[in-house]
Design a protein around this ligand. Structure first.
Ligand SMILES: Nc1ncnc2c1ncn2[C@@H]1O[C@H](COP(=O)(O)OP(=O)(O)OP(=O)(O)O)[C@@H](O)[C@H]1O
Ligand SMILES: [Mg+2]
Length: 357
């Protein structure tokens, strides 16, 4: 087929795609896009060809995804995926670097997939889940309280067998209450609840209260929980209940995955305009291969060491969402059988929280 005809039929194929596609050169100039991308991004005809992306794409998240992919030029395979909202449509965006045969970066390719309908269905499901969880929370919490009253012997002595049975009932109910708390935290974050309630936070005070709340868990397991908080920490703007959930999940994991007699240290200080939280334990540790997955929803490490420890695998996904929403970072260092360190950096004085999930 002659070159011109081949080019025309290629253009026709690209134009017929149901997804938007946008290609740039290494400098970030737009060199190709199809009709769908034109419609999504509001570009008029072929006016954007040869122009820098920032001149024709109004959405700053999308522009920075593309420019970062080009500027960072990471040696390994990278793909940026995120959701962006453009007026009344929601797009799932994939940005990939384009490399030539020698592996040299020559540009970027962006795929834009309309997920508005899927998002709407997702919202309905999330609302349903949130409603059911709310309805279950109060009766389960009060049943938990009542079993505690029975176990404390306040309303009459129980024999050993009754105590044993009731303790099992209490543990099961506690598991359900924890699950519901996790689901409600996830729903709150996914509904963007934190965006509606942002305040200046004294993180040191939140951490102190969290530790008071968790201290009994550590005592029950004979784990020494030490806390060191530096004075005069910067104030951060954020969402109180999300930050509480972040602290609770990291510290309770450290206690949960550390055998009796171990140590958990919590340190909070300032690090280059960030509040830095470090949670160190002497627990079972996490293997390197599991690092990328432990922040996924419902992911739990399966091994002989974890098989008797209960949980839903939502805790660290909540932690990661909260860290992302506050423009922070989280890092894990761990050695199996030695212990784990989670380090969180939360930048001070952020003006706005991340709106895109
Ligand atoms: N401090 C830690 N030490 C060792 N393993 C850990 C630690 N924190 C997390 N993990 C591993 O990561 C997995 C995911 O943690 P995550 O907090 O998300 O879930 P979970 O603790 O299993 O359940 P929950 O939703 O009740 O928190 C855990 O199942 C565990 O295997
Ligand atoms: Mg957990």
């Amino acid at each position: 087929m002659p070159y011109r005809a081949m080019r025309e039929s290629l253009n026709a194929v690209v134009d017929s795609l149901s997804d938007g596609i946008l290609v740039t050169d290494k400098q970030g100039n737009i060199i190709l896009y199809n009709r769908k991308a034109e419609a999504f991004l509001g570009i008029q005809g072929k006016a954007a060809l040869g122009q820098p992306v920032q001149n024709h794409i109004g959405n700053s998240v999308l522009v920075s995804l593309i420019t970062n992919t080009l500027a960072l030029d990471l040696p390994y395979h990278t793909e940026e995926v995120c959701l962006i909202d453009l007026s009344d449509i929601r797009l799932r965006v994939h940005v990939n670097p384009v490399r030539n045969e020698d592996g040299l970066l020559i540009g970027s390719v962006t795929l834009l997939h309309d997920v508005s309908r899927l998002s709407a269905i997702d919202n309905i499901k999330a609302n349903f889940l949130s409603m059911v969880s709310h309805q279950l929370k109060s009766p389960l919490s009060s049943t938990l309280l009542q079993t505690s009253i029975l176990l404390d012997g306040i309303v009459g002595e129980l024999n050993d067998k009754q105590m044993d049975l009731l303790q099992k009932v209490k543990n099961r109910i506690k598991g359900m209450v924890d699950l519901i708390r996790d689901i409600l935290d996830v729903c709150f974050i996914e509904e963007g609840g934190y965006l509606k309630q942002i305040e200046h936070l004294d993180v040191a005070e939140i951490l102190k209260r969290t530790v008071e709340l968790i201290q009994p868990q550590a005592q029950d397991k004979n784990i020494a929980l030490h806390v060191k908080i530096d004075d005069n920490l910067p104030v951060i703007s954020g969402n109180r209940s999300s930050v509480e959930a972040l602290f609770i999940n990291l510290i309770s994991n450290a206690i949960k995955y550390t055998p009796p007699g171990g140590k958990v240290n919590v340190e909070m200080g300032e690090n280059a305009q960030n509040v830095q939280l470090e949670v160190t334990d002497t627990g079972i540790g996490v293997e390197d291969v599991d690092f990328p997955r432990i922040f996924d929803k419902f992911y739990r490490v399966r091994s002989d060491l974890t098989k008797n420890i209960s949980g839903t695998g939502l805790g660290l996904s909540i932690v990661k969402s909260v860290v992302d929403a506050h423009y922070g970072t989280i890092n894990i260092e761990s050695k199996v059988g030695v212990g784990t360190i989670f380090t969180v950096l939360l930048p001070a004085k952020i003006e706005a929280l991340r709106g895109n999930k």
